[in-house]
Ligand binder design. Structure first.
Ligand code: GLA
Length: 386
């Protein structure tokens, strides 16, 4: 539902009704972690936490955006884009990449809001990027092509913002369907909308820990994977199977660390393929086991969990009705995801928060989430209700 505060703020700032309201969701990755930049498989779903933008097109090249949460306003000229700092770099990066791709852009006046927690591994930045791209599609009147927009948004994040992420988050925010997860091949970008199995809730477990230096650790993992791919003589670790992994030995010239990074990627790709099969067969027990194995691999081989993530996942697995749990997103803090039988979901939420508090001394945010639709234009009526 369109947030009423968004429309009120737009009306008071610009003394007019918005011409459009657009939205783009965050995502939770069910399985397939750190596989996207290794050209492998992922299985994310868009969630009912999103970024909203109310806008009115302008005839000139000025883009003005006020952020409801941050209580700031920022503006830039499409004709003279220069890199700076802060949240406005995401909109600027999107504008830059759209224009470089040949889109003719018009400016807009806008108010932005959202409820995707920042830095929690739920892709708040991809949600901003896709919402801004959607806003430009409205202000400038070009046709929306979800996959093209996801690719441009990733380029903006890599080249303008300077974060070397893969394609998963932008694809999830752009192309997901309500009630479905997205089975995505990150090499070909071929995808399938996979219906979520019946009887199970997807629960997000936010450890409330955040890690500032994710960027450098993330880039380090990337280069270790690239080093391993070179050693195996392939373009990307996607092309390595269990048999090839067996060729490695301590004396082989590839470090033990790089080998373990590779082992995570190879086994994780296999887990995604098995997970989609388990999902299609409604085999929740197997799906949960794959979640658990993924967490262990991310903890021991890829080393991207922290204590809080390990504790919350352990607490989750002890609760009744929990099929499996694992960290989600880049790691180093942020969120885990659990699969819980519908009838246990409410009790799970309460019991988990208490167990986690007791063991870590921290407060978790735990919520059941709904698989949502990718970026789009929202229908709204006067008064701010959709
Ligand atoms: C971040 C990146 C994604 C992906 C995940 C890990 O969310 O933006 O591209 O690499 O980490 O799976």
């Amino acid at each position: 539902m369109v947030p009423a505060t968004l429309v009120r703020k737009f009306q008071s700032d610009f003394n007019a009704k918005p011409g459009f309201i657009v939205r783009a969701p965050g995502r939770v990755n069910l399985i397939g972690e750190h596989t996207d930049y290794n050209e492998g498989f992922v299985l994310p779903m868009a969630i009912d936490r999103e970024v909203w933008i109310a806008l009115k097109p302008r005839q000139d090249s000025t883009v003005r955006i006020a952020s409801l949460e941050l209580e700031t306003e920022s503006a830039f000229e499409l004709t003279s884009l220069t890199p700076g700092s802060g949240w406005i770099e995401y909109p600027k990066g999107i504008a830059n990449k759209l224009m470089n791709a040949g889109y003719i852009l018009k400016g807009f006046d806008a108010v932005m809001t959202g409820d995707v927690p920042r830095g929690a591994g739920l892709s708040s930045s991809a949600a901003v990027e896709l919402a801004v791209a959607r806003a430009f599609a409205c202000s400038s009147g070009f046709e929306w092509d979800a996959v093209t927009m996801a690719k441009l948004a990733q380029k903006a994040e890599n080249e303008w913002v300077g974060v070397n992420s893969g394609i998963m988050d932008q694809m999830a925010s752009a192309v997901c369907r309500e009630g479905h997860a997205l089975f995505l091949d990150c090499r070909s970008l071929e995808f399938q909308h996979a219906p979520l199995p019946k009887g199970v809730s997807v629960v997000i477990l936010d450890t409330s820990t955040r890690r500032g230096l994710v960027g450098s650790a993330y880039n380090e993992r990337r280069s270790q994977c690239e080093e391993a791919a070179r050693w195996f003589g392939v373009k990307a670790l996607r092309d390595v199977g269990m048999k090839e992994l067996g060729k490695w030995g301590v004396e082989s010239g590839l470090s033990e660390i790089a080998f373990r990074r590779a082992r995570h990627i190879v086994t994780e790709n296999a887990r995604v393929l098995e997970a989609i099969e388990a999902m299609n067969n409604g085999n929740l027990k197997r799906l949960g086991e794959l979640f658990n194995a993924s967490h262990v691999s991310l903890r021991d081989d890829f080393e991207v969990t922290n204590d809080a993530l390990n504790i919350i996942v352990a607490c989750a697995r002890e609760q009744e009705g929990c099929y499996g749990a694992r960290m989600t997103g880049a790691g180093f803090g942020g969120c885990a995801v659990a699969l819980v039988a519908d009838e246990n979901a409410e009790a799970f939420t309460r019991a988990l928060s208490a167990a986690y508090r007791q063991r870590s001394g921290l407060e978790a945010a735990v919520y059941v989430c709904k698989a949502s639709e990718g970026a789009g234009v929202a229908q709204f009526e006067e008064g701010g209700r959709s």
